[in-house]
Ligand binder design. Structure first.
Ligand SMILES: [Zn+2]
Length: 211
């Protein structure tokens, strides 16, 4: 069992970024903030509601460890923090001072992680890699790709876009939007998207132990 994740649930290690049952999405009243350009805003907005690129983010309460672990869901703020500080998505240790970070991407079907790959999955520290490979159902052998990455850059967000007139969601389907795209000012983000550069592929079998 993991000595790395802070919480376990039903005997399973719970990743740092996982959302818990009592961490609920809050829906503040939407408004238009005047300015050049004007943009979507929360009526009771606080500095925590925007990222460093001034994009508005989904507001989710913070109660890790409360209720059931929702393994299929990710907490928006913890995912954003994990990408910003290059924190391990399993144990939460910050790795921004290291000269490279390890990325494990699911669903790659035998294709290695390529230059410029976009992902919403934060990095994994080396000791947590075997834990992730063993317990995460998405990281099945043959479909997962791994790489050491020296230059991960913030690319944009995954977000729901709102209509500037009606302030209604344009589509229930989220979009990946690049920072500085004007659409980002009419969106509510829930995932940070990074692009991976300077990638060196790693064999999965070489990650099986904690060395
Ligand atoms: Zn870790």
């Amino acid at each position: 069992m993991s000595a790395f994740a802070r919480f376990t649930h039903n005997g399973l290690p719970v990743p740092y970024v996982t959302r818990w049952e009592h961490e609920t999405v809050i829906h503040p009243k939407l408004t238009v903030q005047p300015g050049l350009p004007h943009r979507l805003a929360f009526a009771d907005e606080t500095p925590y509601d925007r990222d460093s690129f001034d994009v508005l983010w989904l507001r989710v309460s913070i109660r890790p460890g409360k209720g059931r672990a929702l393994f299929k869901d990710v907490h928006a703020l913890r995912q954003r923090r994990a990408m910003l500080d290059l924190m391990c998505q399993i144990c939460g240790v910050p790795m921004f001072k290291e000269d490279r970070q390890l990325w494990l991407l699911a669903g790659m079907g035998g294709v290695p992680i390529g230059e410029g790959e976009l992902t919403t999955s934060p990095p994994v520290c080396r000791p947590c890699a075997p834990v992730a490979l063993r317990y995460c159902p998405r990281l099945q052998a043959g479909r997962v790709a791994a790489a050491w990455v020296r230059s991960p850059y913030g690319w944009g967000v995954e977000a729901f876009v709102y209509d500037p007139e009606s302030l209604r969601m344009v589509s229930p389907e989220p979009q990946q939007i690049q920072y500085h795209d004007p659409l980002a000012q009419w969106a509510v983000a829930f995932r940070s998207v990074v692009t991976l550069r300077d990638c060196t592929p790693v064999r999965i079998q070489d990650l099986a132990d904690t060395k």
